[in-house]
Design a protein around this ligand. Structure first.
Ligand SMILES: [Zn+2]
Length: 349
């Protein structure tokens, strides 16, 4: 079968090639790939900056934002032939640490977890893949191709849950939320916050292209420019850019008792001891919380599935701005300014 593979830590090694059919040891449920979303992590792996092949292998099948159709449910699963499914990305570490032991592998303490398409387990960019039934999530069949947005939605389901948990430390009735970055994660955060009944603001650097209208059509307010110029103090900020300046401004702009939830992974930026002390002072004086949030556990996958199932299909469609065939996967890894979510499509939903 055809698969998109890469030799991790070696730039320029990504290719479409023939590999053996998936090993039954990878799971009793056999799935035909429909589509796989591409994100910044895939680009980093293809550029040789990240990623680990499975033990004993040189190459890794890329892709972690899956959508497929069950072609053989196997003996011990509740799935039926034809069900649309997505695969959970992370697996608990083998020790396991206390978090992984209770199924919260997203909170892994020792970093020995594995991840499909990223860390030591093959991903989903192959014509067929296998999965353990307990790591497959059924997708509302009416979502069709939009089910490929489920994995990025899990990141948001967890992030918003973290913010809500933190809010319970005191009396807190959030009204306004600012989302920084109008990429797929940011727009899905805006969607979820809107569905939770909050007043939603989205900030991105672009002034044209599809993003401003997508935000406005959600009933949210679009801002471009600096976070410190938005003119109000948000109760919560979901930071989805990973850009140092945006993070620093967010910590300055957050309202008293508010939470800044960091979901973007960036590099560099200006760091000084004085800035750290200023950030700490602001957080102390306003009872602010700055929290990082990564990945998702099964509870978040379930919540994300429900969230997407209730969302407006026409609006969700606008997030998928480009579909590429597997043979053109390199084009999917290159981003243009108007791209939101680019997917590699293997078959029709
Ligand atoms: Zn762990």
């Amino acid at each position: 079968m055809k698969a998109i593979t890469v030799e991790p830590r070696k730039p320029g090694t990504a290719r479409l090639e023939d590999i053996p059919e998936p090993d039954p040891r990878e799971g009793s449920v056999l799935v035909e790939a429909i589509a796989v979303g591409v994100c910044g992590t895939d680009v980093e792996i293809a550029e040789g900056k990240y990623g680990w092949a499975p033990p004993g292998a040189d190459r890794l099948v890329l892709g972690h934002e899956s959508l497929g159709r069950v072609i053989d449910p196997g003996l011990a699963s509740s799935f039926k032939k034809g069900d649309l499914v997505v695969g959970i990305v992370r697996r608990p570490d083998p020790v396991p640490c206390p978090s992984c032991a209770v199924g919260e592998w997203d909170m892994c303490r020792n970093g020995k977890y594995t991840e499909r398409g990223i860390k030591e387990i093959h991903g989903f960019m192959s014509e067929r893949w296998r999965i353990e039934p307990e790591y497959a999530i059924k997708v509302d069949p009416t979502l069709g191709i939009l089910g490929v947005l489920l994995e990025p939605t899990t990141v948001i389901a967890k992030a918003l849950e973290q913010v809500a948990f933190i809010g319970r430390r005191s009396f807190w009735e959030p009204r306004t939320v600012l989302v920084t970055g109008a990429g797929p994660i940011g727009l899905l955060a805006a969607l979820a916050a809107k569905m939770y009944g909050l007043e939603v603001h989205v900030l991105d650097r672009v002034e044209d292209g599809p993003k401003p209208a997508i935000v406005r059509d959600l009933g949210a307010t679009y801002h471009s420019g600096s976070v410190t110029a938005i003119g109000f103090e948000p109760d919560a900020i979901i930071e989805c850019t990973g850009v140092g300046k945006v993070i620093a401004d967010s910590i300055q702009a957050i309202g008293a008792s508010g939470t800044v939830c960091l979901t973007g992974v960036g590099h560099g930026g200006i760091v000084s001891a004085a800035a750290c002390a200023d950030i700490a002072a602001a957080s102390v004086l306003k009872n602010n919380v700055i929290v990082g949030s990564v990945n998702a556990n099964k509870r978040h996958w379930y919540k994300a599935g429900n969230l997407l199932a209730r969302a407006d299909r026409n609006w969700l469609c606008r997030l998928i701005t480009r579909r590429e065939r597997p043979e053109n996967f390199m084009r999917a890894l290159e981003r243009t300014p108007d791209d939101i979510k680019v997917i590699v499509q293997f078959s029709e939903p």
